[in-house]
Design a protein around this ligand. Structure first.
Ligand code: DGP
Length: 117
């Protein structure tokens, strides 16, 4: 079954596209949690971070560099932003097509739950 993100990558369903090349596609999250909330997605389907292999090393590096470039374009690079990859249930992953969240445009507060809470 193709994921919703695979359909976005192929242009089969609409998205607010920000960037695309032969390796990755970036588009605005449908439910933004901050003024800037963009998803950077590999064009090939990798379900979770657990499925990454050494062959994907360059791809993952590319995802980070694309995120950095988009942050500059969005005007949030100097103030800062957060890059997040959720994995599986405890990570809060909902769409099982690897993606990196680029979130910024306002102070984001502390990272996550403190240990033990
Ligand atoms: P995660 O919890 O890491 O799997 O985040 C999935 C994100 O994907 C969530 O923030 C909402 C977003 N999302 C889900 N479906 C769509 C969609 O059809 N279009 C767009 N642009 N974003 C979507």
């Amino acid at each position: 079954m193709p994921t919703i993100f695979a359909k976005i990558v192929r242009g089969e369903i609409p998205s607010d596209l920000v960037y695309q090349d032969e390796q990755v596609t970036a588009f605005r999250d449908i439910s933004p949690v901050a003024p800037t909330h963009i998803l950077i997605v590999p064009n090939k389907v990798i379900p979770t971070a657990n499925d990454l292999t050494a062959d994907d090393e360059q791809l993952v590096g590319h995802m980070v560099l694309v995120a950095k470039q988009i942050a500059e374009q969005e005007g949030i690079a100097a103030n800062g932003y957060r890059l997040i990859i959720n994995c599986n249930e405890h990570g809060g992953q909902v769409v099982f097509h690897l993606h990196m969240h680029l979130v910024g445009g306002q102070p984001l507060g502390p990272m996550i739950l403190k240990r033990g809470s």
